[in-house]
Ligand binder design. Structure first.
Ligand code: PRP
Ligand code: URA
Length: 211
């Protein structure tokens, strides 16, 4: 599929850890640890362009002209459930971020998202928002989450997914061209059940040990 607008983060540590997270032999404990580590590394990459401003501190030796973050504060928005597995990794780098939760599950027959929960920071309209979800498959869940954020005043929205399917990226690009997407891998395709091939299986089940 051509002309997808997406940023693939090729950092060697992310690619190495992604290999293990895909492996069917990787158990729940390791899966959770790896997902948190990758989320932290991806957060490092996607915050590269955050604006800085000048400031001054006094070191034990004297005054020092330094930099600090300026601009909008960040809101992290995990899509429940599987997005929860990425929250702690992101918060390790951005500990002051507020966290809003969007609860969506994919109806197994229609593959369309069903909303069951939403709790956002009250100042969501003033924040740089980062939606996190390990999997972007048909794109339905992410489009629903972005719609919801925009309905609540969200404007500056980024999306961070571990693995994406080209079909889902196109759906999100078409519905929300203003949303920048970051991923560790663009996989081949979706199968007949809407699973990413080769993907890593059901992310929520692998994080929480359910079936
Ligand atoms: C998974 C995944 C995404 C969604 C992707 O969640 O974490 O949210 O599917 O599929 P889509 O792009 O086709 O919408 P799921 O609905 O399985 O819920 P869970 O996180 O509670 O397991
Ligand atoms: N949700 C998942 O957890 N995995 C997929 O491959 C597709 C949707």
């Amino acid at each position: 599929m051509t002309d997808l607008k997406i940023n693939v983060i090729n950092h060697p540590l992310i690619q190495h850890k992604l290999t293990f997270i895909r492996d069917i032999e990787t158990g729940t404990k390791e899966f959770r640890e790896l997902l948190e580590e990758i989320a932290m590394l991806m957060a490092y990459e996607i915050t590269r362009e955050l604006p800085l401003e000048d400031t001054e501190v006094t070191t034990p030796v004297g005054p020092c002209r330094c930099k600090r973050l300026s601009g909008k504060k960040i809101g992290v928005i995990p899509i429940l459930r599987a997005g929860l597995g990425m929250v702690n990794g992101v918060l390790k780098l951005i500990p002051a971020a507020k966290v809003g939760h969007v609860g969506l599950y994919r109806d197994p027959d229609t593959l369309t998202p069903v909303e069951y929960y939403c709790k956002l920071p009250t100042d969501v309209h003033e924040r740089e928002l980062v939606i996190i979800d390990p999997m972007l498959a048909t794109g339905g869940s992410v489009v629903a989450a972005i719609d919801l954020l925009k309905r609540n005043g969200g404007k500056n929205i980024k999306l961070m997914c571990l693995v994406v399917a080209p079909e889902g990226v196109k759906v999100v690009n078409d519905a929300h061209p203003d949303v920048e997407i970051y991923t560790a891998a663009v996989d081949e395709r979706l199968n007949d059940h809407g699973y990413i091939v080769p993907g890593l299986g059901d992310a929520g089940d692998r994080i929480f040990g359910t079936k």
